[in-house]
Design a protein around this ligand. Sequence first.
Ligand SMILES: NC(=O)C1=CN([C@@H]2O[C@H](COP(=O)(O)OP(=O)(O)OC[C@H]3O[C@@H](n4cnc5c(N)ncnc54)[C@H](OP(=O)(O)O)[C@@H]3O)[C@@H](O)[C@H]2O)C=CC1
Ligand SMILES: O=C(O)C(=O)Cc1ccc(O)cc1
Length: 437
Amino acid sequence: MEKDQAIINEWKRSKAIGIIGLGDMGRLYALRFAKAGWQVNACDMESQYSKNMEEYQGTAVNILKNGHYVSRASDYIIYSVDAESISKIVSIYGPSTKMGAIVGGQTSCKAPEIAAFEAFLPKDVEIITCHSLHGPKVNPVGQPLVLINHRGTKESFRFVETLFTCLESKHVYLTAEQHDRITADTQAVTHAAFLSMGVAWKANNQFPWEIPRWIGGIENAKINISLRIFSNKWHVYAGLAITNPAAHKQILQYASSSTELFKLMISEKEEELRTRLYAAKKFIFGNLDPSHSLLLSDDLLDKFSLGNVPPEGHTPNSHLSLLAVVDSWYQLGIVPYDHMICSTPLFRIWLGVTEYLFCTPGLLEECIKTAVTDRSFRPDDLEFTLAARMWSKIVSFGDFDLYRKEFETTQIYFSEKFPEATRIGNEMIKTILEKTN
Ligand SMILES: NC(=O)C1=CN([C@@H]2O[C@H](COP(=O)(O)OP(=O)(O)OC[C@H]3O[C@@H](n4cnc5c(N)ncnc54)[C@H](OP(=O)(O)O)[C@@H]3O)[C@@H](O)[C@H]2O)C=CC1
Ligand SMILES: O=C(O)C(=O)Cc1ccc(O)cc1
């Protein structure tokens, strides 16, 4: 034990950590590492140098002008930049990497990141990469942190692991391919659902927190998480979906499931809809241990409302966004519980909400009945279906510009509500995580 501590102290004394990209995630890492006593060199775009010098004054983070300076002075360098630019950025700074150093990245899809490292890093440089499976506003403690030893010695991997212990996350060891397959199954469809909700609300000129039937219970989770996603940067979601080929299939299936279920609803084919949904239910939730208690409940979510809960309580809903996600998993043969070790908070909440809908006695039946008999949901569900198809087209065409335009127009529409949505969303996520952990 004492020997271990001596090694750690020696690493802290002799090795420096480099962060290229001081955005939301880079900042989180830089400050945490520095606080734990590591030497940290960091930079953002050169144009941000003076601003960052001021911002990080009084912290132990050593701000440098650009990635060349960070690369030549650091022993483990983490690229925390947008996925679309990873190749270009590594091509610029990679050759400046200190001899024998280790390099990793924070991008959400590992195939393009590893390809960039292999193409542009000198051969003496080791590659050990990472991915924190949570956003910058979530406390890293207990959240999954994927560590990938792609081209590193055992000793270097031990050093990187030791560095990351200060985040107190749960380390998950995967290969780059395993990582990309799992995150396609979990994050890509989850984001497709919430992005489609936002676009549909906007298309119908609605602010959902003002509409009584969308206030309270699981509707709160839909609204808070959708607004949370739209309050973030577009490139995080675009990069994660577009650069991961495995994600395209998932997002396409989500759009097809939404369309097919919506068609069954409007043609009022109740039995066909029921048969399809019960088959999906059996596949996804059929093997749950009898002692498994529901991850979430309406009551738990009630208090995280952006509007006033109507006195008569919640009204039944067709819940197309939720039915479609379970149907997608079923059609693709994905059992979401298998991915829990490598899941983000949003994915776990979304799974909790679907579980609540499918496993609370009577709720799925109520939803099926509402979907085929209550026509008042059809304008909403039509826009939702169109939105899901739009996102799947943008992703499969790999169109970053169009993704950005669609994302940012919706972002502007909801922007006034972001401060309140972030505050309530943070509370909601904290409460749910405490319960689901
Ligand atoms: N946000 C999240 O929830 C999570 C994000 N990730 C991934 O982490 C990465 C970073 O995300 P995040 O921090 O949210 O994004 P940000 O946009 O906040 O941060 C990226 C930063 O990199 C900077 N940058 C771009 N080019 C360079 C360069 N040549 N040299 C130095 N800095 C540069 C950007 O500057 P500028 O803005 O001026 O271009 C920006 O400040 C992404 O790949 C994302 O997918 C992973 C887990 C969670
Ligand atoms: O939890 C989510 O899905 C988020 O939206 C935050 C997020 C975004 C990108 C990542 O690579 C990891 C986490």
